[in-house]
Design a protein around this ligand. Structure first.
Ligand code: PGA
Length: 260
């Protein structure tokens, strides 16, 4: 049975990608001031570059703005020059980590890292072992959407990226159509609703009540002007926000859609 999406506390997570140095953290101070004035019915996390995780986690935001990383290695430690382990992120103060973002799944020749769902699954396991909560990303390319393969692609990514040990407390899914990321384009309400319903069904079938209670975020060109419309779609339990999370005014405009 599928739990009504309304009972699931939404999460709005920012993804700064490879943007921001220490000076940029002032945007989060501004965000914190803005958030203090209202009551929100959602959790808020910001996934910053690894270099900022410790600094963000020691800013006095309490549980209001949680800290996240953007990737972790699948191994706990070892000879992996330049990589960051889940334990290290946790030690630096992170509570969350994004895993399997399409910019990491993208081919190396396109500036990505060619990550497969099998590797993403190892990273999810590493995050779980370290006690981090994972935001696991799935989503189709424009070519896959055009050829009618969206549900098949997303279903396979989901199946292969998630270990059998997922609970609603430690895993969040983010549906991010690759063609909607940073492009200003968003799928229609019906298209998003269909993919989220498909994900919910797959999660519930595999994980039972835990799957019914798992948060499914939408990501891809979320902005203050479309946040309310997106959050009203069934089985959309929050947003993963890239570009618009870099400015306090835009990010708080999106969080504002969840004002109580
Ligand atoms: P965007 O990015 O909001 O800039 O489209 C979303 C993401 O990649 O997580």
């Amino acid at each position: 049975m599928t739990a009504p999406a309304k009972k699931i506390k939404p999460l709005v997570a920012g993804n700064w990608k490879m943007n921001g140095t220490g000076a940029h953290l002032r945007e989060l101070r501004r965000l914190n001031t803005g958030l203090s004035k209202h009551k929100f019915g959602c959790d808020v996390a910001v996934c910053v570059p690894a270099t900022l995780v410790h600094r963000l986690s020691t800013m006095k935001f309490g549980a209001k703005i949680m800290t996240g990383g953007q990737d972790c290695h699948g191994a706990q430690k070892g000879a992996h020059t330049g990589d960051v382990s889940a334990d290290m992120l946790k030690d630096a103060g992170a509570k969350w980590v994004i895993v399997g973002h399409s910019e990491r799944r993208a081919e190396v020749k396109r500036g990505g890292h060619g990550e497969t769902s099998k590797l993403v699954r190892e990273k999810v396991l590493a995050a779980q072992m370290a006690g981090l909560r994972g935001i696991v990303c799935v989503g189709e390319t424009l070519a896959e959407r055009k050829s009618g393969d969206t549900l098949k692609v997303v279903g396979a990514q989901l199946r292969q990226s998630l270990p059998d040990t997922c609970s609603a407390g430690d895993i969040v899914i983010a549906y991010e159509p690759v063609w909607a990321i940073g492009s200003g384009l968003t799928p229609s309400v019906e298209q998003i609703g269909a993919v989220h319903a498909h994900i919910r069904k797959a999660l519930t079938r595999r994980f039972g009540d835990a799957g019914a209670a798992m948060r499914i975020l939408y990501g891809g060109s979320v902005k203050p002007s479309n946040a309310a419309e997106l959050m009203a779609i069934a089985n959309v339990n929050g947003a993963l926000v890239g570009g618009a999370s870099l400015k306090a005014a835009d990010f708080s405009g999106i969080i504002g859609a969840y004002r109580r």
